[in-house]
Ligand binder design. Structure first.
Ligand SMILES: Nc1ncnc2c1ncn2[C@@H]1O[C@H](COP(=O)(O)OP(=O)(O)OP(=O)(O)O)[C@@H](O)[C@H]1O
Ligand SMILES: [Mg+2]
Length: 214
């Protein structure tokens, strides 16, 4: 079946405030989905529900046939960037990724090096992450998201702080990953990213999700 993520009657309330309001979406394998919407409309909360960082008030998210929070706590085939990735300032980019890769221990140094090179970072650099620019940290976050070769990427504003060249490189990388059959869901405020990259676009409006025709 083409569906890889199923979002069903998903609702999230914080106290009395409904932030995600009965959202339904079937996400198909091998496509790039763009989520647009104003600040505070619920994009990041939706991503946190998909990845299991938050649990829903109602409804469910099913990833590759498994319900998040019931069959599994976190989907193991998802790479994620949500808000600012936290890295250890005193270590190099490579060491940070090596440390994080050690948690699941499914990849080695070579995969880490490759993922850094794909986002335009030098794996051999001695520079500590504390001295990275914002865009370099963002690139490292993308490297972290892709390093274990996940089937799904959930990327919350992945182009944040990237320079023009960085945006071009990451666009190309995301399209290559899509062509390899990966599924990508990204939130963006950038019209061009949405138009160039996305196969499907959804707009979040005060917690309701509307699918747009391209
Ligand atoms: N942990 C929380 N507790 C209470 N309210 C929250 C929490 N997290 C998010 N919210 C609220 O949920 C709403 C949606 O926030 P969210 O971060 O999903 O917006 P967004 O669409 O990602 O916005 P932006 O474009 O600024 O990133 C906002 O009103 C926010 O204040
Ligand atoms: Mg957000």
């Amino acid at each position: 079946m083409a569906e890889i993520i199923s979002i069903e009657n998903l609702t999230k309330k914080f106290g009395d405030v409904t932030v995600i309001d009965n959202v339904n979406l079937s996400i198909e394998r091998g496509k790039i989905y763009g989520i647009i919407g104003r600040n505070g409309s619920g994009k990041t909360v939706l991503f946190k529900l998909i990845t299991g960082y938050l649990s829903p008030t109602g409804g469910r998210v099913v990833v590759s046939g498994k319900e998040i929070g019931k069959d599994i706590d976190f989907a193991d085939n998802i790479g994620i960037i949500i808000e600012n990735p936290g890295f250890l300032k005193g270590y190099t980019g490579f060491k940070n990724l090596a440390y994080l890769a050690g948690i699941r221990n499914v990849i080695g140094k070579e995969e880490i090096r490759e993922s850094m090179e794909k986002v335009g970072l030098d794996p051999d650099s001695n520079k500590k992450v504390g001295k990275y620019s914002l865009g370099m940290k963002q690139r490292l976050g993308i490297a972290q998201a892709i390093m274990e070769n996940p089937e799904i990427l959930i990327l919350d504003e992945p182009m944040n702080s990237l320079d023009n060249q960085g945006v071009e490189e990451i666009r190309k990388l995301l399209m290559e990953l899509r062509d390899e059959g990966k599924t990508i869901v990204l939130a963006s405020h950038n019209k061009e990213d949405i138009e160039i990259l996305c196969d499907k676009v959804c707009e979040m409006d005060r917690g309701k999700l509307k699918i747009q025709d391209l």
